[in-house]
Write a protein that binds this ligand. Structure first.
Ligand code: 2OP
Length: 225
């Protein structure tokens, strides 16, 4: 039986990196710069970027996502023995402002645009604005919300609280959409109606905050709200 639509959802909030935008679209440039190392660099870069957001949040030593992202890049290059001088780092950091939208994002968002759509991301405002514009998504969202406003990163409930505060809706009436399992678990723990986009068939987390629905792609969201 098809899962029932959740008609209580009055707005949708989307994670950005990995959910709307392909963080690994930087691998192509990375491979041009470091032939044969593009994928490895992209994976290690993203891995450390997220780890640093968690560590800095636990330390209560917040730094802007652009700073964290560049520090993770420095670590990834050093780990792989790649010389990454400032000019090279600038090229890769600039690519982070031009990440490709994941396949079908424009169509999927158009299909759910009967409710207000927003972004809630770790990204800094200075990173998210060009990213949304460069992807041709300017005007699609009523709000682009950055964790920077709370100087802490997801999955802190202080970040998720920005959704209800900005949209003026209770968390349960907001659908939170993320491909990042830690983010989906954190959003569920906070109280959102949560949709995990599990395009890779990853094993579900055991943290105990099971998303309300698991989707194979963003297109399936239309039938869930
Ligand atoms: C985001 O906040 C979790 O990096 C992901 O967009």
């Amino acid at each position: 039986m098809a899962a029932q639509a959740n008609t209580s959802v009055k707005a949708l909030v989307f994670d950005a990196y990995g959910t709307l935008f392909d963080v690994h679209s930087v691998a192509a440039l990375a491979d041009r710069l470091f032939p044969g190392k593009g994928d490895a660099l992209s994976q290690l870069w993203r891995n450390r970027q997220l780890q640093y957001t968690w560590l800095l949040s636990l330390m209560d030593r917040y730094e802007d996502f652009a700073v964290v992202t560049e520090k993770a890049l420095v670590f990834a290059c050093a780990s792989l023995g790649l010389a990454c001088p400032p000019a090279t780092r600038a090229q890769l950091m600039n690519a982070y402002l031009e990440l490709s939208p994941l396949p079908g994002v424009h169509d999927a968002l158009a299909r759910v645009s009967r409710v207000p759509l927003a972004i809630l991301s770790n990204g800094s405002p200075g990173m998210l604005a060009p990213l949304v514009k460069n992807a041709g998504l300017e005007g699609r969202f009523t709000h682009v919300i950055s964790a920077d406003a709370r100087r802490v990163y997801k999955p802190s409930p202080r970040v998720y609280q920005l959704g209800p505060d900005t949209l003026g809706l209770p968390a349960a009436s907001i659908g939170f959409v993320s491909s990042n399992s830690f983010d989906a678990q954190g959003a569920k723990a906070f109280g959102y109606t949560t949709f995990w986009v599990n395009a890779t068939g990853s094993v579900a987390e055991e943290l105990g905050f099971t998303p309300d629905a698991t989707l194979s792609n963003l297109r399936e969201l239309e039938g869930k709200i």
